[in-house]
Design a protein around this ligand. Sequence first.
Ligand code: PLP
Length: 405
Amino acid sequence: MAALAIDGGKKIFANLFSLASYPTVYSETARKLSELYLNTRAWSYYGEHEKKFAESFAAYHDSRYGVFMANGTVTLECALVALGIGPGDEVIVPAYTWMSTAMAALYVGATPVFVDSQPDTFCMDPAAFEAAVTPRTKAVIPVHLFGSIADIDTICAIAGKHGIAVIEDCAHAHGGKWDGKGVGSFGAVGSFSFQQSKIMTAGEGGLCTTSDEVLFDQLSRLKHIGNAQDSKQHKPMTPPPLGLLCHNYRATEFQAVILQSQLDHLKEETALREKGAAYLKQRFEVIPGLKVQARGHKAAIQNYYVFAVTLDPAFLKPGITRDHIIAALQAEGVPEVFPGWCAPVYKHKLWNVETSKYRIDSCEIAEDIIYNRVILFALMWLMASRADQDKLCEAMEKVMKEYGK
Ligand SMILES: Cc1ncc(COP(=O)(O)O)c(C=O)c1O
């Protein structure tokens, strides 16, 4: 058996190897940015690019309205405010997510309640959600984690039964379709992020989708210091509902230009990543002890924020852990492989909140995935050449052969 590179053997990626950088840049977009900069001097305040982008992004996801904002944290906060959620209310969130999902509840004075994941999709377990419902539960925020779509039919049905609002956190799932319908169109509000690492990015940015006219108006005002979406500077304005405490969470025309061009290419890029993911899945799943994160069972289209796999520790030699596997892959010259968030939200180093104040229903599955099982590959792997993907599979096979039982 070939010695692992970590033990001094020959690397699979012999030369320094790096994946193509992401996101893809287009010269046409550079031209539009330059035109906006040099010729219009109208760089914010619901300009023509924002209008076009918000409308076309919402339509792509089968929602009537889009409200473009500064990031995918304030979108969650505004969604909760627009739905009237505040002090005394409970908001159910998954344990396995980025902390913004839970922070949004804190920002509005509500209480986050953490629930466990499904072992295959890693997304919120609908049964755990239902078990956590109390008379104080007013909202649930399922996350389409890493692009895998949460069981949104079941979650919406449970929420409907208990009169709970659903906010879909779609920060990882741009372009995803469940049963043919866009993510973000199932709940009352969908929340997207365009932060640097995301599938679509302008460095920063966020967007709420909704099909409800009243929510649309409230979301628009919440981000636009009380103004309705299409208000123009120095024109008479209609006042917001009394007591609606609004912010400046606006984004710029430059961001809208960049994102529009990514939206124009989203379909073809998604198809490319789906093809890459299908290939890697087929190669990885013949390796004993490895499983690829499952797609939502009705995910007609899944975009991939990352390509996630889990290890079954029972297949590893005694003393070998997930972190040994990652280190060995990196030593083989595999770039962009990592364990992801190091803890569930409520134990994350940045979760600067006294957790004992919050209810955490048993989240053993999420904890086991995060601490022991998950390995993430950046989405650039799904767009790499077949030859490079084959070498990645070779590296995985080599490491698992050596470290497997
Ligand atoms: C699941 C999830 N929700 C919300 C956010 C917040 O988005 P942003 O960083 O744009 O505030 C992120 C990401 O960074 C995320 O991963």
